[in-house]
Design a protein around this ligand. Structure first.
Ligand SMILES: [Zn+2]
Length: 342
C-alpha cells in the first residue's frame, strides 16, 4: 500500500452517488472510491459538484438544486464512513483528517451558475467584469480556493491580476504538448507560478493527446457506441466509459508525464500537482485506470529522474500548500457552514 499523501484536486464522483445511489465507501463502479483511494495513497480529494448544462436549462433553480443535491451526497458519504473520510473545509480540518488517517474530503463547485444570479455574468468572453473582480476579492476574504481550469484566457489573467491569494487550475494540461483549449500555454504557466499557484495535471485523454481525441470522436460515431443505453445519463456515461476504455488504443502513461514534465520545466517543481478528473472523464490513460494507481505516476516520475521530495511535492505537497495559504488561519475561512445543508 502506498504511503504517499496524494492530493487530487478534481474528481466528479458525486454524480454517481446522486444518480446511481453509489456508495463510495465500497469498491465499485467508476474510477474512484474510498477503498481504491486508500490503496493509491490518496490523502486529500476535491469532490467537485459539477452541474451539467442540462440542469441549468431545467428550470429557474435547476443548477442550484443539482449542486445542493451533489453537496448533500458529499455530506452523506462523510456521515456514512466517518472512519474513512472527513469533511475538510479549511486547512485546519484538512490537517486533522490527515492526522487521523482519513481522506480529507474538500467540497468544490465547478461553474458559477451553481449559485445562480449571484455569480452569473462574472465572466465575459473579454475577461472579468467589475462584478467578477468583486467575486474574486470576496473569495479571497472567505478563504475559498479559486480554480481557473475552465476560465477563458483573458479571465485567467484578469483573475491573477485581482487575486491576493494563490489560485489553481485544477484539471488541465499543457498547450505546448497538445494544443487543446482546456490546456495552459507557457505564458499562463509562468503567470500561475508567479502567483504561487498550482496546475493540476489532468488524466483526460483528449486534453492530453490529439490522436486520442480524434480516435474517441470517431468511436463515438460507431453504431456500437450509439446503441449504448442507460437508465439515466450517468448510467449511460458509465457504459460509454467502459466502451471507450476497451475500444480505443490505450494512451500510454508517458503522455501524462510529458505534460507533467513540461509544466515543471516552465512553471517550476513547486507549481505542478494532480487533478485527475476521475469519474468526469470517459477514458483514462493506461496504468492510471482508477484511484488505486497514483503510485504508477510516482514510479513514472522516478523513471524520468525526479527525486523523492520532488515527487511528493507534485503528488500532494504543492496543492496542500495552496489550500493552506488560502483557507488557513488568517483567512476568514471557510468551514462547513458555507455549504447549504437542507
Ligand atoms: Zn471540468
Amino acid at each position: 500500500m502506498a504511503t504517499r499523501p496524494v492530493f487530487d484536486a478534481h474528481a466528479d464522483s458525486l454524480q454517481l452517488a446522486l444518480d446511481l445511489g453509489r456508495d463510495h465507501g465500497e469498491r465499485g463502479a467508476g474510477h474512484l472510491d474510498l477503498v481504491r483511494g486508500r490503496e493509491g495513497g490518496l490523502g486529500s480529494l476535491v469532490f467537485v459538484s459539477w452541474c451539467d448544462p442540462k440542469f441549468i436549462d431545467a428550470g429557474p433553480h435547476g443548477a442550484r438544486d443539482r449542486t445542493r443535491g451533489l453537496l448533500r451526497e458529499f455530506h452523506r458519504l462523510a456521515e456514512r464512513h466517518p472512519a474513512q473520510v472527513s469533511f475538510a473545509g479549511n486547512a485546519v480540518e484538512l490537517a486533522r483528517a490527515r492526522a487521523n488517517g482519513r481522506l480529507a474530503g474538500i467540497p468544490g463547485i465547478e461553474g458559477g451558475h451553481s449559485i445562480e444570479g449571484s455569480l452569473e455574468g462574472a465572466g465575459i468572453p473579454e475577461g472579468l467584469s467589475d462584478f467578477g473582480r468583486t467575486v474574486v476579492r470576496r473569495m479571497n476574504e472567505l478563504g475559498i480556493v479559486i480554480d481557473l481550469s475552465h476560465a477563458g484566457r483573458q479571465s485567467f489573467f484578469d483573475t491573477l491580476e485581482t487575486t491576493q491569494k494563490p489560485v489553481i487550475a485544477s484539471h488541465s494540461g499543457c498547450m505546448a504538448v497538445n494544443a487543446h483549449q482546456r490546456n495552459l500555454d507557457d505564458e499562463q504557466l509562468r503567470a500561475l507560478a508567479a502567483n504561487g499557484g498550482v496546475v493540476g495535471i489532468v488524466f483526460c485523454t483528449p486534453f492530453l493527446d490529439a490522436a486520442a481525441r480524434a480516435e474517441e470522436q470517431r468511436l463515438r460515431e460507431t453504431a456500437e457506441y450509439k446503441a449504448l443505453r442507460g437508465a439515466n445519463d450517468t448510467e449511460l456515461f458509465l457504459a460509454q466509459c467502459e466502451f471507450l476504455q476497451r475500444a480505443a488504443v490505450p494512451l500510454p502513461l508517458e503522455r501524462v508525464l510529458d505534460h507533467l514534465c513540461h509544466a515543471v520545466e516552465v512553471a517550476g517543481i513547486e507549481h505542478v500537482g494532480l487533478g485527475s478528473d476521475y469519474d468526469g472523464i470517459q477514458r483514462t490513460p493506461q496504468g492510471l485506470e482508477d484511484a488505486s494507481t497514483y503510485p504508477a505516476l510516482a514510479a513514472g516520475m522516478a523513471r524520468r529522474g525526479f527525486r523523492e521530495d520532488e515527487i511528493s511535492l507534485v503528488l500532494g505537497g504543492n496543492m496542500e500548500r495552496v489550500y493552506a495559504a488560502v483557507t488557513g488561519p488568517g483567512s476568514a475561512a471557510a468551514s462547513s457552514r458555507l455549504l447549504p445543508v437542507d
